[in-house]
Structures are given as C-alpha cells and as structure tokens.
Design a protein around this ligand. Structure first.
Ligand SMILES: NC(=O)c1ccc[n+]([C@@H]2O[C@H](COP(=O)([O-])OP(=O)(O)OC[C@H]3O[C@@H](n4cnc5c(N)ncnc54)[C@H](O)[C@@H]3O)[C@@H](O)[C@H]2O)c1
Length: 454
C-alpha cells in the first residue's frame, strides 16, 4: 500500500464524517478543500488533552483471560464497574461474581451475541470502556464507544489495519474522547526505571533500541479455549510482525516517539513458517479440521524502524517456535546501554573487561508509581505487577483530570507496525513509510508523561 492509498483512506473517512457533521457540500469538495475543511472541522488534536475529571464508571468488553485479569486490577485499584460484556454468558457471569465479591453491586451484563456491546456503550452510567476481545473487534468497539461519548482503552495490539489506525485517530479528534492503548509493558518496574535514567541523562544521546515479543505460544494457539479460538487464524491471514507493542512501546517511550520524534519508515523480513506445521504434525489427529489451515506468518519476523531523527529500532516477533520468553528491551546511547532478560547495564568506562553490570545499583531511579503502589502491584499480580500499575495510573489520570500517558497517536503509530511490516514483507522487505497520525503535533510534545509524572 502506498502513502497515497493511506491518504485516500483518511480522506474517505474525513469526507464521511464531515457529511455526518453536516458540513455543507462535503460530498462535492475537491481534495484540497476537503483537506482544509478537515483541518478546521475534524483535525483538532487530542494530544495533551486532559480527561474530564471524574470518578470513572467502567465497562469491560471481553471477560476472557485478559479481561478477567484486568478486572482484578480494576477492582484492586477501587474502580466502579458498571457493565460487563462477553459473548459467552458464563464468562461474564464469572466476572460479575468477582465484582460482587469485591463489595460492589452486580454490574449489568451484555451477553446476547457479538453486537450486544453496542447497547453497552450507549449506557448513560458508563464513561470509560476497556476492550479485551479478539483483535478484529477492537476497532469497531472503540469507534462505537467514542461515538457514544465514552473514553476507551484498547488491549494490545490496538487495532489491526492502517485504515483502523486512521479511524480511531479521526474518531478521537471528532468526539473529543480518548482512545488509549493498554500497553502494560510501558509500566514495568525496569521500563519505568530506565525511562527515568534516560531523562537523568545516564545514557547520553540515544542511538538505537530493540524490542521483541518472543513467546512460545504454540500450545495456546492450538488450544480449544481462550486465544486458541481466534489467534491462530491471524497466522493464516498475514505475514509480518503481528504483535509489536510489548517490545516496541517501552522503546518508543525511551526515545520520545510522538514527543519530539516519530516513526518514519520500516523494513521487515520474515523467516519461513514451519513452527505451526511441525506442532500440528506432532499433536493433531488425522482428520482434525485444523489440518485444512494454511499458515503464512513466518516464525521469526524482524522489522527495522527508522525514526525521523534517524534512530533505529529492531522489533522481533516469534510466537511459533521454541524460545524462552524475551522482550529484549534494549536502549543504547552515546554513554551506555541497558538490555533486559536479564536486566543489565553497561556504561562507558565502567570496567576494563567490558562486562555488563547489574541494574541493582540504580534503585534510586525507581519510578514514583512503583514506590507508591509497588506493594499493591506485586500482591495483585499480573505480569510482575505492571498490570496493576498501568490500571492504577489510568484511573489516576481520569480521577485527577490529566491527559492519558498513551493516547490515540501512540496507539495508532504502534499498531501501524503490524500492517506496515506485512506490506514490507510482501514487497520483498522494501521500506514503507509511516503516516504521520499526529500531523506534526508530535514536535510540540517533548517528553513522555510517564517520565514526568511523580
Ligand atoms: N497486555 C497483555 O499482557 C495481554 C495478555 C493477554 C492478552 N492480551 C490481549 O487481550 C485481548 C484479549 O485476549 P485474551 O487472552 O483475553 O483472549 P480470550 O479469548 O481469552 O478472551 C477474549 C474474550 O472476548 C470475548 N469476545 C469475543 N468476541 C466478542 C464480542 N463480539 N463481544 C463481546 N465479547 C467477545 C470472548 O468470548 C472471550 O471471552 C487480545 O487483544 C490480546 O492480545 C494482552
């Protein structure tokens, strides 16, 4: 897909929305006039826009594995749960029982089919909607929530296609509602500590970073429950970096992406696909319907992103071959580098044998969020506590009327990596440009909100 195609997608969306908003003559507007009208009537940036200050009333769509875990974090952080939705009534009932056990009244349940969420988002007593459903549902659910005046927070990887990226950006700008990404890895103990070390200038001028989602999901992908019911299908549809944000989000924060820099272009290549075929051979009986599936996503995708300022980021995706869990989480500058798994640092002139040092000596950079809520986070669980920290911080932003840490521009730019990597792989690893979802406003926002807040 060329950048012209991307623009035309945005244009179609803009024209439609202008017509919905009653803009006279939107249908017959020439492209330049449409762009101008869009600029004034549609493109009012949501960057640095504060949440309306309130005690949030939360609804959760998708009460499967992730939704139930998020619900535990929401309850631990004292959130009021007004409504729950899942196509499987037993899952919604189980989630409701957790809300009741936490001392709240039973939330309203929406379990009548895949579109029942449309009634949930129309409720007057809900103002914040969390979405933890299969990927193909994220965009329609986010758009419906914003159209009904609700802020929305999407589970990773955000949305699936470039068109959806533009749609959530435009919808957020028009409705003045936020569409955030729930990228929990940005709130990890190490990630927040490193972010503060970067802003204390320990790493010098930043040069390059690396992130990954390397997680052997073969058994889960073939499970007859949970993600096995839908996630394997993604491997039959696209060949690229399907799940980039866990590795990329923290690196983007370190580098200040959408805060003085942005992703400019990507090149991507995929290894052959053999992992799912081999697993199927070992585990499936002859005649199993899953023998009909054809997997096209390479077992290891390696993508390289270049930023406008020239920094480089490697993003890997490997979920279908044996490998210990690894997000790499590397950031390097002129004074030294940090790399995770295990966490270690190396600074210029540190020692003669060029060995890494432990991160333990840098505890004074612990993030204030972890200082305040670390005990609760570790107790509540969820990926070492980072899930609780993320949810706590989301609620804090709403309660205090702050701008969200990770807004619709972060969501769109990070989510775009999947479709752009697919496009680059399809074109023999040709470079593909990122759209500028924030239309230049990224230049005006110098530092990550996670780094600045105390
Ligand atoms: N941030 C993390 O660490 C993390 C971890 C796991 C999963 N996830 C993400 O969370 C999301 C959900 O994953 P999961 O593991 O919970 O999957 P899951 O299959 O366990 O849960 C999805 C739930 O959505 C429900 N659902 C499907 N279509 C629906 C619809 N139209 N309306 C209402 N409910 C619907 C399903 O019945 C199911 O209960 C995915 O985006 C996944 O990538 C994130």
């Amino acid at each position: 897909m060329s950048s012209d195609d991307l623009l035309s997608t945005a244009e179609v969306w803009t024209r439609r929305r202008l017509m919905q908003l009653g803009a006279a003559g939107a249908l017959s507007m020439s492209a330049p006039r449409l762009a101008q009208a869009a600029e004034t009537a549609v493109h009012r940036s949501m960057m640095n826009v504060a949440f309306e200050k309130r005690e949030p009333h939360v609804a959760l769509i998708g009460t499967g594995g992730r939704g139930t875990s998020l619900l535990g974090n929401l309850l631990a952080a004292g959130a009021q749960i007004a409504a729950l939705c899942d196509v499987v009534p037993a899952k919604a009932e189980h989630a409701a029982s957790l809300v009741v056990a936490a001392g709240q009244k039973k939330p309203a349940l929406y379990t009548q089919g895949p579109h029942h969420y449309e009634e949930l988002v129309a409720r007057g007593d809900v103002d914040l909607v969390l979405v933890a459903t299969p990927w193909n549902w994220h965009a329609p659910m986010a758009l419906a929530a914003m159209e009904h005046g609700k802020d929305v927070a999407l589970e990773v990887p955000g949305v699936r296609t470039l068109e959806e990226c533009w749609q959530i950006v435009r919808a957020s700008e028009q409705t003045r509602k936020h569409c955030m990404i729930l990228e929990n890895c940005c709130y990890g103990y190490n990630e927040t500590l490193i972010l503060r070390m970067i802003h204390a200038d320990l790493f010098g001028e930043l040069l390059y970073g690396e992130g990954a989602y390397i997680h052997d999901l073969r058994e889960e992908l073939f499970s007859n429950a949970g993600e096995g019911l839908w996630r394997r299908t993604e491997h039959t549809l696209r060949n690229g970096n399907l799940y980039p944000t866990h590795g990329l989000g923290p690196v983007a924060n370190y580098m200040g992406i959408q805060r003085g820099d942005r992703f400019a272009s990507i090149v991507s290549m995929s290894s052959p696909q053999h992992g799912l075929d081999a697993w199927r051979k070992q585990h499936l009986a002859p005649g199993d319907p899953r023998w009909q599936e054809r997997y096209i996503c390479g077992d290891m995708n390696t993508s390289l992103i270049k930023t406008v300022k020239g920094l480089t980021i490697t993003v890997k995706h490997a979920v279908t071959s044996p490998h210990p869990y690894d997000r790499i989480n590397l950031i390097a500058g002129t004074s030294g580098l940090f790399q995770d798994y295990p966490p270690r640092v190396y600074f210029d002139g540190m020692n003669k044998d060029e060995s890494f040092a432990s991160l333990d000596a840098y505890k004074q950079y612990q993030h204030p969020l972890w200082e305040r809520e670390g005990d609760l986070a570790r107790k509540s669980g969820g990926h070492g506590g980072m899930d609780l920290i993320m949810i706590y911080r989301l609620l804090e932003c709403v309660r205090q009327g702050l701008a969200p840490d990770l807004d619709v521009y972060d969501c769109a730019a990070w989510a775009a990596v999947a479709p752009l990597s697919v496009e680059s792989v399809r074109r023999g690893s040709a470079p593909v440009e990122f759209p500028d979802f924030a239309q230049g406003k990224w230049r005006e926002r110098p530092i990550s909100a996670i780094a600045t807040q105390a």
